[in-house]
Design a protein around this ligand. Structure first.
Ligand SMILES: CC(C)(COP(=O)(O)OP(=O)(O)OC[C@H]1O[C@@H](n2cnc3c(N)ncnc32)[C@H](O)[C@@H]1OP(=O)(O)O)[C@@H](O)C(=O)NCCC(=O)NCCS
Length: 189
């Protein structure tokens, strides 16, 4: 069983290198991208080492400066199915971040109050997003423009995060509010 899963992982690493790695600005060793839904602006996307991005991801970088990475995903970060990340300015995801399925991270809104243009033709308003190291983002959560999430914070399932989250905070709800702060324990498994 272990042999089969190692074989499968190595096969997925190989297909990631053949089909996807060369499209990105940076591609760290041992990273895996399972079949994505949509990749856009990959020359502005940096993927660290040992990053796993499961199937159905939409990674969309629309930065104005082609030389500056618009999306950065740090070493050891694991992202489950149907992740959507849209960046017009900058989305930085740290190291060893755990992102559950159907999570949405965006650094922009469409202008929706332009008298002469509907959102589909109006511009974008963008503010950088930073997800610090070791954050856990629960299933279906949305992180909106301008938000910084502190190290080791936990974002509850289906939360909509509109404001900064301090380190070690557990937040949930719409809009997300602080539920409590982590009290660290030692576990023996
Ligand atoms: C955020 C979370 C970690 C909190 O867990 P917890 O500390 O055990 O929280 P509790 O169940 O003790 O709940 C504490 C309070 O927060 C509220 N709460 C918990 N999760 C919430 C959420 N996602 N949204 C809104 N409120 C939430 C509870 O209703 C409770 O409120 P109360 O004190 O008024 O009764 C957990 O609820 C969660 O959302 N986990 C994510 C699961 C997931 O996405 N897994 C994917 C695997 S990668």
């Amino acid at each position: 069983m272990l042999f089969l899963s190692t074989l499968n992982r190595n096969f997925n690493r190989l297909t990631s290198i053949v089909f996807y790695s060369w499209r990105f600005n940076k591609w760290g060793s041992f990273s895996i991208l399972y079949k994505p839904d949509s990749l856009c602006g990959t020359k502005q996307i940096d993927i660290g080492k040992r990053v796993h991005i499961r199937k159905g991801a939409r990674l969309e970088a629309h930065g104005e400066n082609a030389d500056i990475p618009t999306i950065e995903i740090g070493d050891g970060t694991s992202i489950h199915n149907y992740f959507h990340c849209g960046a017009a300015k900058s989305v930085k995801i740290g190291k060893n971040v755990l992102i559950a399925g159907r999570v949405y991270i965006t650094d922009h809104d469409h202008v929706f109050d332009d008298k002469d243009n509907p959102p589909v033709r109006a511009g974008l308003i963008a503010h950088p997003v930073v997800i610090n190291d070791e954050v856990w983002i629960g299933e279906g959560a949305a992180i909106l423009k301008g938000v910084t999430i502190g190290k080791r914070a936990v974002i509850g399932t289906n939360a909509v995060v509109t404001r900064d989250v301090p380190p070690n905070a557990v937040v949930g709800g719409v809009p997300a509010k602080i539920i409590r702060f982590l009290e660290f324990k030692t576990y023996i498994f």
